[in-house]
Design a binder for this molecule. Sequence first.
Ligand code: AN7
Length: 361
Amino acid sequence: MGVRTVGGRRGVIRKYRDWLPEIPEEAIASLGEGDTPLIEAPRLSEKIGASLYLKFEGMNPTASFKDRGMTVALSRAVAAGSRACVCASTGNTAAAASAYSARAGISCFVVVPAGKIALGKAVQVLAHGAKIIQIEGNFDAALRLSKTAAEELGNVSLVNSVNPDRIEGQKTASFEVCESLGCPPDALALPVGNAGNITAYWKGFKEWREAGLAQAAPRMLGFQAEGASPLVTGQDFESPETVASAIRIGAPASREGALAAMHESGGLIESVTDAEILAAQEALAHEEGVFCEPASAAGVAGLLKLAREGRAPEGVVVSVLTGHGLKDPDVILSRTRLPDPIPATFEALVESMRRVEPAAR
Ligand code: AN7
């Protein structure tokens, strides 16, 4: 029998079995992913002029949305007899592949751009005992190498989102959004890097509608970081650059899926600057109490930009917060720091509390 979680979250395979490719019970590798909260965001709603909800995917077992696709990919790899998996990653795919490989009992190789993945994600890979290979090249080079490795070496599954099982698992997030709201939202805003997630959400919303569970599907609003925005400019980026390391991708593998989602839904794919991303990350943390990593704030950054330009969507809007803020401590520590210690006296405490600033800047 597949390894179960008992009580609480069932995991997306057991929850949405009929919507997914066939997976034998004994092959299921799950950590109870999915069922993440949809959190109201009243203060940001006011700024945007719509009812904004945050789908907080940082609440998954490895703290990013990747777990939804990885449970399906690893379970199917095990069912097919794979002895190992390989992936390229800007960090979160690596963390999820490492955890689900450990759960599935197979080896895991992750290929990453040297020095370019956030600290928390690298630590996760090391903790799970996966093999991390740092290359002197960017994500796009890592993906090319990983594909070739999977093709040339026997029994090694590629678990990037070019693997359709990843998209199948990730589409379950749209089902949850529809179930939580009772209907699809009017618009869904999310960050776009390799473009697997926007492809998966759109597939999920279409299937929900085709099954007769809803009449409509949301407008898909994708946002790339300006320094890594090939879907906006129409040109691949040879040296993508952004503070949002998760979406530092110059040649998205699921380009077609992303463009189809935009066109078919009457949506858009635009870019936001690093400054806008960091401001949105801070607004989410300071004003709504939700701490996500920089890339995950791109959707809210985009909505705030559209609002400033008088183009914000109306009605119910969901923004997907793809990963947890603890993944990338450096980005916070580069802007703020812990204050110096004070003497352990009441006077010093009061004096310190009187100072206006909440933390040293
Ligand atoms: C937090 O881990 O590509 O558009 O290798 O980690 O589906 O690529 C991560 C992507 C958004 C973009 N937010 O999703 C990887 C990787 C976070 C992410 C994205 C990523 P896609």
